[in-house]
Write a new protein. Sequence first.
Length: 601
Amino acid sequence: MMAACRRVVAFALLVSAGLVHRVAEAGERNHKYAEGDEVTLWVNKVGPYHNPHETYEYYDLPFCKPVEGVETRRRSNSLGEQLEGHELMNSGYLLSFTKDVAKTKVCSMKLSAEDAKTFASAVDNRYWYQLYLDDLPLWGMVGEADETGAQSIYTHRKLSLGYNGPNVIEVNMTSENLVRIEEGADLDFTYEVTWIPSTTAFANRFDRYLDVDFFGHQIHWLSIFNSTMMVVFLCGLVSLILFRTLRNDFARYAKEDLGGHAPGPEHGISEESGWKQVHGDVFRAPLHLMFFSALYGIGCQFLALVLVVVGWAIAGPLHGDVYEERGELVTSVIVAYALTCLVAGYTSGSYYRQFFPTPRSEQSSQWQKTMLLTVFLFPVLVLTVVFGLNIIAEYYDTTHALHLSTIFKIFAIWLFVSLPLTVVGTLFGRHWAGKADFPCRINSMARPIPLGPWYTHPALIAAVTGILPFGSIFIEMYFIFTSFWNYKFYYVYHFLLLVYLILMVVSICTTIVAVYFLLNVENYHWQWLSFMASGSTAGYVFLYSIYYFAVKTQMTGLLQTAFYFGYTFVFCAGLFLLCGALGVIGGSLFVRRIYSGLKID
C-alpha cells in the first residue's frame, strides 16, 4: 500500500507542477516597447498603512479621473489577483516609452466640504496608494499632517523611469507640493516623467524590491542552524532512549518466555505491564474511523501541496519568480490544491480499507461517507470563514469583497477538478491499495485500559509534544507573518523548504516518543494521539499569531482584525491537518516496527 501511495503522490506532484506552470504564467510579462509606444500607468488601491487588508478602490478617494477623451478602463484580473484584492484601472496619465513629460496638469478641482473631509480622514489614517507600471509597483502616501495636526495632500507626482533597450527596468515616484486640505481649496494635480537609461538586466529588475537585509539577517541563518542541530539532537535522543528501552523490553520479554511464565487467558502474555500487553488491540481501528480517515487524507494532501507550491516557487528562475506576478502564488496554491485532491482521496480510501478490506454491501455507505467527508470537510471550513469575512468586506465596500464571478470560478474548480479527483482517488484507494499486513492478530474482545498516572493523559501528552515542532519553525513564522502582513515580498523559499523538512523530522520523532509513552501505560488508542500530538503544533502557531498581532503590528478596526484572525485560523487549520498526518505516518511506522519484532504465542 505504501509503495502504491508513493506512486500516486509522485504522479500528483508532477501533474500539479505542470498545470500550475500553465496557469500561473498568464498575464503581462516580458513587455517590449519601441520608442514612443504607450506605457500604461495603472492605479490599484488605497487604504490605511497599518491595515494592509483594509483596501479600497483608488477612485473611492476624490482623485482626478482620466481627462476627457482618455478611456477609463479596468484591467482584467486573474483569479489570484481578485482574491488578493487588486483593482487595476487606467490612471489617464499619458506616458510614452523613453519620452520625457514636462510638468503636466491632470485636473483642477475645488474641494467641497465632503471631499475635504474624505481627504483629511485619509491623511489622518495614513492612507497609502499603489500604482503599477509594466507590472512594477509604486507606492505613495496621500498626504501628511504637520505637528499641529493640520492635514495636507500631495498634488504633484514625479516619475523617474529606468529602461534598458526595449524594457522598462525601474520605476520610482516622488510625491511633492503639499497643499492644505480645507473646504474651498483649489487643487491642481500634476505629474512629470523622466526616462533614465539603466544597465540592469530585465531578469533582475525586481531585485530592488527584495529586502535582503531583513531575510538574509544573521538571525535567519542562525535559526536554521539551531533547528538543524535540534533535529540531530532529537533524532539521536529518540534513538538512544527508545532503542535502548525497547532492547531492554525485548530482552525482558524473551527472558520471561524462556522462564516459562504462564500467559494470560486471551492475550498470551505475562502479567507484566508494558506496551507488549496491548499487542492484541494496538491495531484496532481508531475511534470514528470515517472522520479519522478523512482528516488523515486531507493532511497527506497538504503534505503534497506544500511540496508542490514551495518547489514551484524555488524553480522561479526557470519560469519567473512567484513574487513578481500579482496573485501568481495564490493561483498556484488553488490549482495545486485542486489537483492534490487525488492524494486526499487515495490516502483516506486506502486507510479505511485497512480495517474493511472487502467492499461488502453493508460497508458501501461508509465508503461514500468517508469520501464525502474528505472532499467537503476543509472546503466547508474555509467557506464558513470566507463567508463571514466577505460579509464584513461587503459592509466596508473593500476590494477584498469577492465578486460573484470569483466565487463562481472557485466553485467550478472545486466541482470539476477537486470533486472528481477525490472520487477517483478514493476508488483507487478502496479497490487497488494493498491489504493491511498487521504483524499482530486483533483480539475479539477489547482489552480494558487501566488508569495511568496523570502525566500520561493523552491530552497532556499531545499538548507537550507540539512544543518542539513549533520551536523548529518559530523564527520562520516571524518572517512569513511579516511578509504577509507588513508589505514585504517573501522570496527565501529554499529556507522554507529546509524548515519544512525539519518540521517533518521533528514532528515524526516527537510523535514516536508520545506514542511509546501511551502504549507503555497500556493505552492502545494511539492513532488519535499521534494525530493530535503532532497537530498541536498549529495551536502554538495560533497563540504566536495573537502575540504577533498585539506586539508586532498596529492593526486596528473590525475589518482588519477579522481578516487577520480569519486567515490565520484557516492557515493553522491546514497546518494542524498537515502535522497530524505526519504524526500518523510516524506513529504507524513505529508501531508496526516494534510489534513486528514480538514473538506472540
